[in-house]
Design a protein around this ligand. Structure first.
Ligand SMILES: [Zn+2]
Length: 116
């Protein structure tokens, strides 16, 4: 978005009605959850309960939380999702995960780099 358009948009936010503010907040939250859902889609489903190590047959669908499918373990009664037990569990600012990951990819420098 062009900076001048963004400034204009910010100025218009003050005139939003409470339901409109809720809609904007919901739209921004959905974008945040979309990143987590995209990352979770490439993480394989657990073979065991991440809490008690019970076999995956003990895991049952248990709705959704923050856009991620939740499972409940019949053995321990605890809920989890595909991020449970990973370094991504409990991380916030999901909308920034992809950008952070991209920045963590090292740049490969070859012997020919920088020569022209
Ligand atoms: Zn369990």
């Amino acid at each position: 978005m062009v900076h001048s358009d963004f400034v204009k948009l910010l100025g218009q936010l003050a005139s939003l009605t409470p339901p409109q503010r809720a809609q904007v907040r919901s739209a921004l939250d959905e974008r945040s959850n979309a990143t987590a859902v995209a990352i979770a889609s490439v993480i394989p489903s657990p073979n065991v309960c991440p809490r008690c190590q019970a076999h995956s047959e003990q895991l049952r669908p248990w709705g959704y939380s923050h856009g991620l499918a939740r499972m409940r373990c019949r053995a321990c009664g605890k809920t989890s999702n595909v991020l449970t037990g990973t370094p991504l569990a409990h991380l916030r600012k999901r909308e920034q995960w992809l950008r952070y990951g991209q920045l963590r990819i090292p740049v490969i420098v070859t012997a020919d780099s920088g020569r022209s």
